[in-house]
Design a protein around this ligand. Structure first.
Ligand code: AMP
Length: 293
């Protein structure tokens, strides 16, 4: 596996690969890699002849009081995992190369970026869409792989791709979970033993909502109550938001009658975790749904 440390080198590598007729897949990450990330790589390996993973802890997507400085970083271990997963090139640039002095151009996908994660983390999605656009410009991948764990993020990126006529196809991959339901996340490393046990509360709340949906509950206020009650029963957890939103716009809905997400953000101790349940009609207009946790 080639380890590429500069933007100029990455552009040259990608240009040469495209000229050879290879199909480029990009897996953007912030490192501290786990099986959720390697699942994205595995999918990219199936569909592309050249797989590039990026590891970049993007300063522009962290708020001033967030965990940018303490975010887990271990590039050697990450490189080992990516090499073992069959990645062809690891792009690990310096922040000063991505954002040189004088950098002042940002992308903002309006509306959807201000809701939910965007409301709790002002400026977060502006940082995400800006860095993803830069990565897409540098690598110009045919395909880029994202996890449904960050459902709002991948929706925003898909809108940016459409609005800017980008030639990258977004591939959304399922959420990888621990056996007890906790979605894998680099931030799980912050949890103490007790908090780790309590952190299953997100998946437990989503399963409770799913069970009510399966039993016929469609009213969103009632469903949100179900989510809230499970979270409130966990003493180490405090709720940031629990909503049911349109899968398309991430705007609130009143009744579940089309594709929706149940989305959760919960503090477990000081660690903020997110998770979601995808609710999809079995057929267009049908009142029966399938659920993806
Ligand atoms: P991150 O390193 O947290 O920025 O995540 C990089 C990519 O991995 C994003 O597309 C995430 O949605 C995805 N990802 C993170 N955790 C998971 C997970 N548990 N399952 C699937 N994809 C994930």
């Amino acid at each position: 596996m080639e380890i590429i440390r500069t933007v100029a080198w990455m552009k040259e590598y990608a240009r040469a690969a495209r000229a050879e007729g290879l199909v480029l897949g990009l897996v953007p990450t912030m490192g501290a890699l786990h099986d959720g990330h390697t699942a994205l790589v595995a999918r990219a390996k199936k569909e592309c002849s050249r797989v590039i993973a990026s590891v970049f802890v993007n300063p522009k997507q962290f708020g001033p009081k967030e965990d940018y400085n303490k975010y887990p970083r271990d590039i050697e271990k990450d490189a080992e995992k990516l090499g073992a997963a069959g990645v062809d090139a690891l792009f690990a640039p310096e922040a000063t190369d991505i954002y040189p002095d004088g950098f002042r151009t940002y992308v903002n996908v309006e509306g959807i970026s201000e809701r939910l994660e965007g409301r709790s983390r002002p400026g977060h999605f502006r940082g995400v869409s800006t860095v993803v656009l830069k990565l897409f410009e540098i690598v110009q991948p045919h395909f880029a792989y994202f996890g449904r764990k960050d459902a709002q993020q991948v929706r925003i990126i898909s809108e940016m791709v459409r609005d800017f006529n980008l030639d990258t196809e977004i591939v959304v991959c399922p959420v990888v979970r621990e056996p007890d339901g906790l979605a894998l996340s680099s931030r799980n490393a912050y949890l103490s033993g007790e908090e780790r046990a309590a952190a299953t509360v997100l998946a437990r709340a989503l399963v409770a909502a799913k069970d009510e949906l399966a039993a016929g509950m469609r009213d969103v206020l009632q469903l949100q109550d179900v989510l809230r009650r499970v979270i409130e029963a966990e003493t180490l957890a405090s709720l940031d938001y629990a909503e049911i939103v349109s899968a398309d716009t991430f705007e609130p809905v009143v009744r579940v009658s089309r594709a929706c997400y149940a989305v959760l953000a919960v503090f477990v101790g000081k660690t903020r975790l997110i998770d979601n349940l995808y609710i999809e009609p079995k057929a267009q207009g049908a009142d029966e749904f399938t659920f993806r946790l």
